[in-house]
Design a protein around this ligand. Structure first.
Ligand SMILES: Cc1cc2nc3c(=O)[nH]c(=O)nc-3n(C[C@H](O)[C@H](O)[C@H](O)COP(=O)(O)OP(=O)(O)OC[C@H]3O[C@@H](n4cnc5c(N)ncnc54)[C@H](O)[C@@H]3O)c2cc1C
Length: 471
């Protein structure tokens, strides 16, 4: 393919064949003659857990927005997932139990706008994407580990990647006009940048100290109507849980602790937590749950955002992608959806006449990352006792307190609950700052509540006085 923006479009390389790598490969296949995805892990030919993505044993929520974006990248995906048994919740908010920051949202009401959610397991979703990428003629997925990108100092650009040797062989150089770093949160790109004479990106971190413990299980069909169950941690409760009903009738129960709290380790202990955090009808059903396989554990010390967009200089020929840029508090379930949004940015950057692909992509990614990162950080600092070395803007804590009020009102006000559900699912504006109309609704609700409580208190006091007098 013709050179564009000063680099060849003959060959692009993607490091990592997980969700981000597969999305990048799909986009690149339209713009490059050849695309090679190098993945160090064994890639199963059917949905299965993988060694280098330990998070795939734990609850993975696909946000409604992510489903839309993945469908845009891979037309027909959603229909095929449903045909393969993936549950779909079409305008059925009553199938969702959404507890956030100690409030259970009133999502059981009729929604005004279309809302569809899909509930594939993480291995199933990845397998569906991989199958589709493998079918693209000009894309190859190869099981090889990338040692490092090769940097040409004279041209200040990456010219390809060096693959780790096979058996006793030699490292192998693969030339490429573009390298996409989709190696996940553990990427070494910041180190490589420094070695090449660039600055490392500033990293924002929120020390959330999350510990996960998950167990898959089966239980007789129809005992629970809900297929998506979330009871997030709150200010007074550092343990939370999520439960999803995946394809093949399999369920996953993930329990977690924030601020380094330890979740239960055995299935009976996990069920005891569910008993405490969920309404009674869940416990009644869960007594019939039969565990499948062993429990899995995972620690996630901090959310991390590498702010590549702030760098004055960035080498040509390489871009960071997916969790390699930002990995969000997983209990909010946003990572895959944020990656799917970034795929759109990559497509637009590749189609843009501007020369500096990395700058274009890094900026666009920062724009969608910022609101979600900020809202998560406010929530984590206000409700989850998270720490950070970053400077906290003065308005974060008051915003968190206001948001708490808002969620309280959303327990019984369907309009507010729907507003939250759509933002939580990243369907509408990524900013969680409610417009005045919605804030007004929350204030009116809380005012009514306060007045009712005051009136009741006065009534109780009068009652007590009358009782005393009659004695
Ligand atoms: C516990 C947990 C729960 C989560 N829950 C959710 C959720 O509910 N919803 C959601 O949307 N997101 C969730 N996420 C986030 C989600 O898993 C990621 O956002 C998503 O996997 C995209 O990540 P990625 O593809 O960038 O990186 P990863 O999935 O980490 O994959 C990186 C890939 O790169 C490969 N690789 C690395 N280095 C090399 C190399 N040198 N050579 C070749 N290959 C290499 C690895 O083998 C791996 O396959 C969760 C994350 C965690 C940790």
């Amino acid at each position: 393919m013709a050179a564009s923006g000063g680099y060849s479009r003959d060959h692009a390389v993607v490091i990592g064949g997980s969700i981000a790598g597969l999305c990048a490969a799909r986009v690149l296949s339209d713009c490059y003659a050849r695309v090679s995805v190098y993945e160090r892990d064994e890639l199963p030919s059917a949905p299965a857990n993988r060694a280098t993505v330990p998070q795939d044993r734990h609850l993975h929520m696909l946000m409604a927005r992510g489903a839309d974006e993945f469908e845009g990248l891979f037309p027909g995906l959603l229909k095929d997932m449903v045909a393969a048994g993936v549950p779909v919740l079409e305008n059925r908010p009553d199938r969702i139990h959404l507890g956030a920051a100690g409030h259970v949202l009133g999502t059981g009401h009729t929604l005004r706008d279309e809302f569809t959610a899909y509930v594939p397991s993480r291995p199933h979703l990845e397998w569906q994407l991989r199958k589709r990428v493998q079918e693209i003629d000009n894309v190859g997925i190869v099981r090889r580990s990338v040692a490092e990108p090769r940097f040409d100092r004279a041209r200040q650009r990456v010219t390809g990647v060096v693959l780790d040797p096979l058996d006793q062989g030699e490292p192998e150089f693969v030339p490429a006009g573009l390298v996409v770093d989709a190696a996940g949160r553990g990427t070494r790109l910041p180190v490589w940048l420094e070695q090449w004479g660039y600055q490392r990106p500033v990293e924002s971190t929120i020390d959330i100290g999350i510990n996960y413990a998950s167990q898959q299980f089966r239980m007789p069909e129809g005992l629970i109507a809900e297929k998506v169950v979330v009871a997030g941690a709150s200010h007074d409760q550092s343990l939370g849980l999520g439960m999803l009903h995946y394809e093949d009738g399999i369920w996953v129960l993930t329990t977690f602790g924030v601020a380094n709290a330890k979740p239960p380790r055995t299935f009976p202990e996990m069920l005891a937590l569910a008993d405490k955090l969920l309404p009674a009808h869940f416990s009644a059903a869960l007594v019939r749950a039969q565990p499948v396989g062993e429990p899995a554990y995972h620690a996630f010390p901090a959310s991390r955002w590498r702010r590549y967009h702030k760098l004055d200089r960035f080498p040509a020929g390489i871009v960071p992608f997916g969790d390699a840029v930002a990995s969000f508090n997983p209990t909010f379930g946003q990572g895959m959806t944020m990656t799917s949004l970034q795929a759109g940015h990559l497509r637009r950057a590749l189609q843009s006449p501007v020369d500096d692909l990395a700058r274009e992509l890094n900026r666009a990614t920062a724009k969608t990352t910022y609101p979600v990162w900020m809202m998560n950080a406010i929530g984590d600092i206000t409700f989850h006792h998270a720490g950070t070395k970053d400077r906290i803007p003065w308005w974060w804590r008051p915003s968190g307190a206001l948001f708490d009020q808002f969620l309280g009102a959303a327990e019984t006000e369907p309009v507010l609950a729907e507003w939250f559900l759509r933002r939580f699912s990243l369907l509408d504006s990524l900013y969680m700052v409610p417009p005045p109309r919605i804030i007004g609704g929350a204030m009116r609700h809380n005012m009514r509540l306060w007045l009712r409580e005051r009136r009741q208190a006065i009534k109780d006091r009068r009652g007590a006085v009358t009782t005393l007098r009659s004695l």
